[in-house]
Design a protein around this ligand. Structure first.
Ligand SMILES: Cc1cc2nc3c(=O)[nH]c(=O)nc-3n(C[C@H](O)[C@H](O)[C@H](O)COP(=O)(O)OP(=O)(O)OC[C@H]3O[C@@H](n4cnc5c(N)ncnc54)[C@H](O)[C@@H]3O)c2cc1C
Length: 523
């Protein structure tokens, strides 16, 4: 038995590293085990928007926010799906974690203009309460950080910016956290998987690794091993039948539910296993998805079912989109997969699914990511979607009137309308849009294109039920001594909802932080 550590953290995403850093700052000897050869998990692939209401950066940016207002918003979005005590623990810890991290030289800035995802709900902030890590220079990027995927990460291909070019988002966050962990004396073993928990009289006292080592963790074990998006057997046990594979997820391959299963073996309660952090995905010709994030709020393009009929407000926030897709399927709408239909002007002006505006579409036509036709009628025939011509005519009529009479896209105060500024900054768009409703532009300019939209996810969101200290609990509510979880290994504090940008990583960090304090308190 290796006895050099007080705490073992399994998984090195945002939650795992914050828990490790806090525990080390609390005077504990910390070992992080990471199954992959690189650190950061899906957190490193992400944009690392962080939703921590009323943190000092939000207030310094002049936002009218406080935790009571944020609780009102959570009442409206999460409701009583999770205990209020957990929601309060989250709100306080998220705010305080950000302030504490800045004191450790992990730097963030306010995300100007990125709204809460349900802006018309009470307590929402139309101009947002999200922050993001400050950029670092490429030369500062630690070589042990999960590399960005060239596509399928939701963003356009990353240009080679040279050693002094900026690195944003999750890679910046993980680099900054790893640097802080190193400074605090945290040990990180990459390429070393956690396999199981060691117990003594009902208390978790250490871990076993896949290569057969036993490591004592007298202060506690933090399971930060992500969700089970790549475990097909768990998907088949808990999730909808369209998800009994791992082809559509955007999470890293190592997230196979290891921590969740280890907790379940000790009798832990679980919740929300059927749910994911949904993300509409463009299914590319190579069989992998690209996250359709901002482009759905661009003025152009419509999403139609296999008959060619719209069934969703295209600009709907991504998590809601997933729920609506399943609900529509349950009503008999043939919407998995759907088709994203664009005209040439849309592609040239705004880009799509990782293609930059005006980029050469030929590779995507050759590999089957996009299907093209000179007229809407021809496209309808190629897609075998007979309703498409009539639908495009109807949509173009709504654009002339300025009102989407079918699905109310672009309504005043809607999420997609709040996000329009993103597109008004694109090259070639100088001022206000030319259509009566700036969110709704007609499809007029051939050739027309279509790509398949599937039910992707950023990871699963169900896991071990925890209390306000991040302690894993049994079905009777009692805590399993010595065992903690955070991130997607833990059942989400947000229930089925996704209140704003950063709703995945911020709770991971907040509950990692709380767990570390509870470990210290138990010493
Ligand atoms: C393109 C994209 C953009 C996103 N943007 C955002 C955003 O802006 N804001 C936001 O909040 N969320 C965002 N998300 C979602 C978010 O990144 C994830 O939900 C979140 O990072 C999950 O955190 P985690 O710590 O639970 O898991 P991860 O960050 O995936 O970390 C889990 C780690 O555990 C390791 N692991 C697994 N099993 C073991 C084991 N047995 N032993 C040791 N290690 C193990 C994995 O290899 C992985 O490194 C985005 C996701 C994607 C794909």
């Amino acid at each position: 038995m290796i006895e050099d550590y007080d705490v073992v953290v399994a998984g090195s995403g945002g939650g795992g590293l914050v828990g490790a850093l806090r525990a080390a700052e609390n005077g504990l000897r910390v070992l992080v085990l990471e199954k992959a050869d690189v650190c950061g998990g899906t957190t490193a692939l992400s944009g690392a928007g962080l939703w921590a209401p009323a943190n000092h950066l939000v207030l310094n940016a002049g936002q009218d926010d406080d935790l009571d207002k944020a609780q009102v918003y959570m009442d409206a979005t999460v409701g009583d799906r999770t205990p209020r005590s957990m929601q309060q623990a989250y709100l306080h810890a998220a705010r305080d974690t950000i302030a504490w991290l800045e004191g450790k030289d992990v730097r963030f800035s306010f995300m100007t203009g990125y709204p809460d995802y349900h802006p018309s709900e009470p307590g929402a902030l139309l101009t947002g309460r999200a922050i993001t890590p400050k950029s670092i220079r490429r030369r500062e990027l630690v070589h042990r950080v999960q590399p960005k995927l060239p596509l399928g990460d939701g963003g356009p291909p990353i240009p080679d910016v040279g050693p002094d070019g900026p690195i944003w988002g999750g890679q910046s966050l993980i680099t900054q956290l790893l640097t802080a962990c190193e400074g605090a004396g945290v040990t990180v073993w990459t390429g070393c998987a956690f396999e199981g928990l060691l117990t003594d009289g009902g208390r978790v006292v250490g871990v076993r690794t896949a290569d057969g080592r036993e490591i004592a963790a007298p202060a506690g074990v933090l399971l930060a091993t992500g969700g089970f998006e790549h475990d097909v057997a768990m998907r088949a046990s808990y999730q909808d039948e369209v998800l009994h594979h791992d082809g559509w997820t955007l999470g890293v391959p190592g997230n196979t539910g290891d921590g969740i299963q280890a907790g379940m073996e000790l009798g832990a309660a679980t919740d929300l296993l059927e749910d994911c952090w949904w993300a509409p995905g463009l299914l590319r010709g190579d069989g992998k998805p690209s996250f359709l994030l901002f482009e759905r709020a661009a003025p152009t393009g419509i999403i139609v079912d296999q008959q060619g009929k719209r069934w969703v407000n295209e600009g709907t926030p991504y998590n809601t989109f997933g729920h609506l897709m399943l609900q529509a399927r349950d009503r008999g709408v043939p919407c998995i997969p759907s088709w994203y239909v664009l005209d040439s002007r849309a592609l040239e002006t705004y880009g799509f699914g990782g293609l930059r505006p005006g980029a050469d579409v030929r590779p995507w036509l050759e590999d089957g990511t996009l299907i093209a036709a000179d007229t809407v009628e021809d496209l309808a025939e190629k897609l075998d979607a007979p309703g498409l011509p009539e639908q495009v005519k109807r949509w173009n009529g709504f654009c002339e009137k300025g009102v989407d009479e079918e699905l109310d896209r672009g309504a005043e105060g809607s999420y997609e309308r709040q996000l329009l500024w993103v597109f008004q900054r694109y090259p070639g768009i100088a001022g206000p849009h030319e259509w009566p409703n700036p969110s709704n532009a007609p499809l007029t300019q051939g050739p027309f294109y279509a790509g398949k939209v599937v039910l992707s996810d950023l990871g699963t969101k169900g896991g071990l039920v925890c209390d306000e200290h991040g302690r894993v609990t049994r079905p009777d509510g009692s805590a399993i001594d010595g065992l903690y979880a955070c991130g997607n290994a833990m059942a989400s504090v947000f229930g089925h909802s996704y209140p704003g940008p950063g709703a995945c990583i911020t709770p991971a960090m907040a509950f990692g932080w709380l767990a570390a304090d509870d470990m210290k308190a138990g010493q």
